[in-house]
Design a protein around this ligand. Sequence first.
Ligand code: PLP
Length: 380
Amino acid sequence: MIYLDHSATTPVDPRVVDAMTPYWTEMYGNPSSVYGLGRRSAAALEDARRTVARILNAQPTEIVFTSCGTESDNLAIRGTALAAAAKGRRHLITTPIEHHAVLHTVADLVERFDFEVTHIPVDRSGLVDPALVQAAIRPDTALISVMMANNEVGTIEPVAEIGAIARQFGVPFHTDAVQAAASMSLDVEALQVDLLALSAHKFHGPKGVGLLYVRKGTRLGPVQTGGSQERGRRAGTENVPYIVGVARALELSQADRQAEHARLLALRERLLAGILERIPGVELTGHRERRLPGHLSFIVRGVEAQSLLIALDLAGIAASSGSACASGAPTPSGVLRAMGYTPDEALGALRLTLGRSNSEADVDTVLEQLPEIVKRVRGA
Ligand code: PLP
């Protein structure tokens, strides 16, 4: 199989599995326990927190471990919005191309807690204009949330510029960095963000663990209440093996980030050039340059993406048509609609995302097979 869906998920790095394993069977103590076994778990937890903090250029106390990227986004948005509502601030700013973890959380705040939202329009490449964000800020704005890189079209947003504006106006700024984590620097000072969400399974860590960076001084209430874990910001016994795993995966992926970035960029350009040359009626979606290094997304005219994905699967190529969560239902992508594509165009969306496992040989195989597969699906 040629796996071209690294934006959906990635295999766990065996070195990450090795780091996690002892925390199930040998060092299984509860980090809150006073005896030695518990203290060893607590030490592993704090070690993981320090590792993550160092990579993010943050303080260990600013890191909250969660169960996934979705939970990190929920905690960032609901946690700060409800704290701000207590002070009379009920306005949120976001974009129509965010992941559902953000969009549905914002929609819930609007529906059930009387918040108002401004969705900043994006251009045809999926790019957000920081000037439009600035223009949308109101005295009662509680939070700005703009993703670092889009999952469906790979466009990289001007997060540092938006961060500078948010800071100037004293508005907390959240970024969903789930897709960016594998290939970009996550320095929260350079990015000027107050809240940053990550998910381990996008950078060769396990599914079901994520984290949220919360800048010191950011008013954030808990969403999940119970014990006093994570400094009262996220109750529940800490999932020590997974937390060890997310830290190790982040450390490993950031260590070879630059080399991998260059390698993926070369593969991506080879694949892109080949596809545009060999298949008529194909248009690249997302920004041509400002995009994730392994990310390609297209509109393939005259095909229904689901049929194309099935034909690709039969040929041993795993691809997707947008975000993994949305690909079960053949409804046109809201992201592409927001970028100005028609519903019909959006139904022909194809996403090919390269990663660690891919080689030049994979690219060449795809270039040999894809034109024929598209022709066949178009014919049918
Ligand atoms: N945000 C973005 C941009 C994503 O791509 C995803 C997953 O696809 C998520 C959030 C959700 O992360 P998780 O699968 O860990 O809940």
